[in-house]
Design a protein. Structure first.
Length: 267
């Protein structure tokens, strides 16, 4: 019996290849909440808050039990003979649990590739790190839970997952820079810094790539843009990392032409 769940994109759950994802919005939301927390007991109050916010109807508990029954019926239709849906979607003390192997989830695959890639980078092997971090990114099939109506609890889960995705992306770009793929990164970083205008880490990476491609003027323009946005929208100056990089690029630009090749290595 092979049960798999996915939340890094549209919600998926299959039993031996057969989908058991409901079409109705609220049972789908219950399954998403359980799938994000595979192996954990999700307390009933958490589920009620996700379904109805802070104003559950008087019939909330009965309605939730109906949704659980609907999910178990879908499971029963797909599970092998002799395997009860109650064994997979368990009633636990104070809540419900999707009792399957966490390693069969797409989040586990994403974290596994990512952690191994980061370890390779820390050990000085950017080529292996880049390959593994690209595999981590490839696990994603779109925005997390893109086809689920998100409530307050899932909103926090989705935000966390998207932050993890961005963190792994930034580490992969670090690996590409370490390999020397500055030119190849320029178009990707131009798009990313346009989409994430206040992300200082991405701007720093873009500035490094531009400078190493001999485009120091463009690198300094990128700094001025993010400084303008940070000051204008958040009343904050860029952090020390960006400021130091700007000074290093300015210093390299002031070096005589004959020594400039060496100076470009400063950042």
């Amino acid at each position: 019996m092979d049960i798999r769940t996915g939340v890094l994109g549209p919600l998926t759950m299959t039993v031996d290849g057969t989908s058991v994802v409901p079409t109705a919005a609220k049972p789908r939301k219950v399954l998403a909440l359980l799938a994000v927390r595979v192996g954990q007991v999700v307390p009933v109050p958490v589920i009620l808050e996700e379904l109805w916010g802070g104003h559950p109807p008087a019939s909330a508990l009965t309605t939730l039990q109906t949704y659980i029954l609907q999910l178990r019926r879908l499971l029963d239709a797909a599970l092998p003979a002799g395997v009860s849906a109650k064994r997979v979607l368990r009633t636990a003390f104070g809540g419900y649990q999707l009792d399957i192997d966490p390693d069969t989830t797409d989040t586990a695959a994403f974290e596994r590739y990512g952690a191994t890639g980061i370890r390779a980078m820390d050990l000085g092997d950017p080529e292996t790190a880049e390959r593994l971090l690209r595999q981590a990114a490839a696990v994603w099939r779109g925005p997390a839970l893109v086809d689920v109506e998100i409530g307050p609890r899932l909103e926090a889960d989705v935000r966390y997952l998207e932050e993890r995705r961005m963190a792994m992306l930034e580490r992969r770009i670090d690996a590409d820079l370490a390999i020397g793929r500055h030119t190849e990164l320029l178009s990707e970083l131009a798009a990313l810094t346009s989409e994430h205008r206040l992300n200082e880490r991405l701007c720093e990476q873009y500035m490094r790539a531009l400078h190493r491609c001999g485009r120091s003027v463009d690198a300094l323009s990128a700094y001025r843009r993010i400084r303008r946005d940070l000051v204008g929208e958040l009343a904050l100056e860029p952090g020390p990392g960006l400021r130091e990089l700007e000074r290093a690029i300015l210093g390299a630009a002031a070096v005589p032409t004959a020594a400039r090749g060496r100076a470009q290595l400063v950042p």
